[in-house]
Design a binder for this molecule. Structure first.
Ligand code: XXG
Ligand code: FE2
Length: 355
């Protein structure tokens, strides 16, 4: 394996967007109750081994695969690329990085994909050939008031955000926001290919692990309905954080934990980032509004818990400890509240530091 930050001479694949995640779950029926009955995702295919789900605006086969297994884990982060030639490009790119690569049909609906274990240790898939299915965007008779309409992003936990970011930027991702401190420590960073705040993000912590997968609703009230529905189903313990308004991304959010503990974010209304000179917003880790615009405290489990990721043989990838300071420790005060802004006279909001 070459250096994580090395730029291969091979052309990076043209990645369109985050497209699907394959989760290993321990009880398919319990997961179905959560993702289908409670959250309303659309079933494209199901059998005794796996359930394939999609969001209402999706036209490709799936955005989420739930596969039955013994231990909860993440089998793959799937990205759609622009053409079949870009799948070849991805294979050559990762081979040059010295990474393990496999070629084939790994899940239903997708053909001739490449899977890699990337330099950070995450299982990534790049694909182009995929079955088209009915786009249910106009099926308002099927969409409930909490309809999940798109897959929005992934979030990955990794100890060294700076070198992880360099790897993603070499791969063609554009940084949109980050969280740093005055000493230059980077705690988290967000990266896009499609023209939203992100397709994936790095959260500093022990990793590689999967922090969350996020689905978008049309509007804020759809998220509030999901909270009400979970309450009515007596599943309020599945709500981990929120609802609220993020500082980073400016999106409205809710974090849930599925029956295996995998974290799912419901997210809506971030901003357009498609221009090449889109300013990067850099937040001070001590700004109490960075993670919740209303200043609400982030629960400790949100910082500490994340899902195991698998290598290409299905084995758990060993976890490396973060050496740099942890955001939870530097921001949660002794009283349990995260009001640690150094310059307390700075009551006016600088929207991060836009460059
Ligand atoms: O999608 C996101 C997040 O990564 O889940 C978290 C956007 C913003 C945030 S943060 O908690 O930093 O506001
Ligand atoms: Fe997120």
């Amino acid at each position: 394996m070459t250096e994580i930050t090395a730029q291969p001479t091979a052309q990076a694949p043209d990645i369109l967007r985050c497209a699907y995640m394959e989760l290993v779950v321990t009880d398919l029926q319990k997961s179905r109750e959560f993702y289908v009955d409670a959250l309303g995702l659309v079933v494209t295919h199901e059998d005794d081994e796996a359930i394939y789900l999609r969001s209402f605006e999706e036209f490709i086969h799936h955005n989420l695969v739930l596969r039955k297994g013994d231990e909860p884990a993440v089998a793959v982060f799937g990205f759609r690329v622009r053409s079949q030639a870009d799948v070849d490009a991805a294979e050559a790119y990762y081979k040059e990085l010295g990474c393990e690569t496999r070629r084939g049909d790994f899940v239903k609906g997708i053909r001739n994909a490449v899977r890699v274990q990337d330099p950070l240790g995450f299982p990534y898939e790049f694909f182009y050939e995929v079955d088209h299915v009915e786009r249910l965007a106009w099926a308002y008779d099927q969409q409930g008031p909490g309809a999940l309409v798109r897959l929005d992003h992934f979030n990955q936990v990794y100890p060294d955000v700076v070198s992880g970011a360099k790897y993603l930027e070499n791969l063609g991702f554009k940084r949109t926001e980050d969280i740093k401190d005055e000493e230059g420590v980077t705690y988290a960073a967000w990266f896009c290919r499609k023209h939203t705040v992100h397709d994936t993000a790095l959260t500093g912590g022990d990793g590689p692990r999967m922090h969350h997968v996020a689905f978008a609703t049309h509007e804020k009230h759809n998220i509030l309905y999901i909270c009400d529905k979970l309450g009515a189903l007596r599943k309020s313990d599945m709500i981990e954080r929120g609802p609220g308004r993020h500082g980073v991304s400016n999106a409205f959010y809710l974090y849930l934990r599925d029956p295996d503990g995998h974290r799912v974010e419901i997210y809506t209304q971030d901003y357009y980032t498609g221009d090449p000179d889109n300013p990067v917003v850099s937040w001070d880790v001590h700004d109490n509004q960075r993670r919740d615009w209303w200043g609400h405290t982030v629960v400790p489990s949100w910082y500490t818990d994340a899902s195991t990721v698998l290598d290409l043989d299905g084995n758990a990838v060993p976890i490396v400890k973060r050496e740099e300071s942890s955001e939870m420790e530097v921001t949660i005060g002794a009283d349990g509240f995260s009001y640690t802004r150094k310059d307390d006279t700075d009551k006016g909001f600088k929207l991060g530091n836009q460059v």
